[in-house]
Design a protein around this ligand. Structure first.
Ligand SMILES: O=C(O)CCC(=O)C(=O)O
Ligand SMILES: [Fe+2]
Length: 321
């Protein structure tokens, strides 16, 4: 396996960026992003703080266990605590999102996934760095979505003034311990992402694999880039013209791997029906990896997301949903 994923420079001219995005999204739905303007030092500080957190004893980490995050569904989950594709993942992690005040109407109404994040008292820097990183990546994601809109012959503010005027934003930090040798488990099992766009920062250890039309390929780290991929909602919006592509992770580096996926998704309350004029005839007719028909779903993005998240955290589902 070698990496065949394209690199797109977000600082290049708009038409070129849009054309590159169209090619990538019609192929594997994955590309590397450069020219994004996020300072390297921000990620470096976040990486250092996250390593400090994951090195804490388990009971210290469990002080901010997800079960304590209530309906906001934030905090720490231990190795084996998350099930992608029905099997426990070989990773632990931290879940964050937009910090909403207690008097936000959505928090008052008890809407799942809305509220404030849990930050560890042992690593206070995270409470500063995470919101700064989320703000920076939100700007990048809006810029990428502008280019996605242009690539679909839509007005460039199609998303910014609609689905992502009030986006659903989820941010996670994952720690993948080295896979025991001979182990055939996955750090993250095969899955597609749920929303519009994922921007992934990964450390130097690698392990991400992407199921392109030519088979599985590695997405090795390229310093200074994000791995960017589209999610189920862009697949659904475009009637399969753009594909959300399965990917998975196995950490065979022998080191502690960290990754930082940032998910940029539609407004929780929005239904995301296929775009008029982007009928199935545009798509290549390949059945989806899991047999699911994304067009068959009716409901809001929030309902779609909760259905997915409830499957990967079955123990929380009962308490929160
Ligand atoms: O850790 C990675 O490299 C990818 C994680 C991922 O695919 C996800 O969180 O959806
Ligand atoms: Fe993913």
């Amino acid at each position: 396996m070698d990496s065949a994923l394209p690199i797109i420079d977000l600082s290049a001219d708009r038409a070129g960026v849009a054309a590159g995005i169209q090619d990538a999204c019609r192929d594997s739905g994955f590309f590397y992003l450069t020219g994004h303007g996020v300072p390297a030092d921000l990620l470096k500080s976040l990486d250092a703080a996250a390593r400090q957190f994951f090195a804490l004893p388990e009971d210290a980490k469990m002080e901010i266990a997800m079960a304590r995050g209530g309906r906001a569904w934030r905090g720490f989950f231990p190795v084996g605590g998350e099930l992608t594709s029905g099997r426990p993942d070989l990773k632990e992690g931290l879940y964050f999102g937009l910090d909403l005040p207690d008097d936000d109407p959505r928090v008052r109404a008890g809407l799942p996934l809305h509220g404030s994040s849990l930050y560890p008292r042992q690593v206070p820097a995270l409470a500063e760095l995470v919101p700064a990183y989320v703000a920076a990546l939100t700007g990048v994601a809006q810029d990428v979505m502008r280019a996605v809109a242009v690539s679909l012959d839509l007005p460039d503010d199609y998303f910014a003034s609609g689905y992502t005027a009030d986006p659903t934003v989820l941010f996670r930090i994952f720690h993948y311990p080295p896979s025991p040798s001979g182990d055939d488990g996955w750090g993250v099992g095969e899955h597609t992402d749920y929303g519009l766009l994922t921007l992934l920062a990964q450390d130097e250890n690698g392990g991400l694999q992407v199921h392109t039309p030519r088979g599985w390929v590695d997405a090795p780290p390229i310093p200074g880039t994000f791995v960017c991929n589209i999610g189920d909602m862009l697949d659904r919006l475009t009637g399969g013209y753009y594909r959300s592509t399965p990917h998975r992770v196995r950490n065979v580096s022998g080191n502690e791997r960290l990754s930082f996926p940032f998910f940029f998704d539609p407004d929780f309350s929005a239904a995301v029906p296929p775009l008029p004029g982007r009928a199935r005839t545009d798509a290549d007719g390949r059945p989806r990896w899991d047999g699911q028909d994304l067009r068959a779903f009716t409901g809001t993005y929030g309902e779609y997301l909760l259905g997915k998240v409830g499957k990967v955290f079955p123990q929380l589902r009962g308490e929160v949903l």
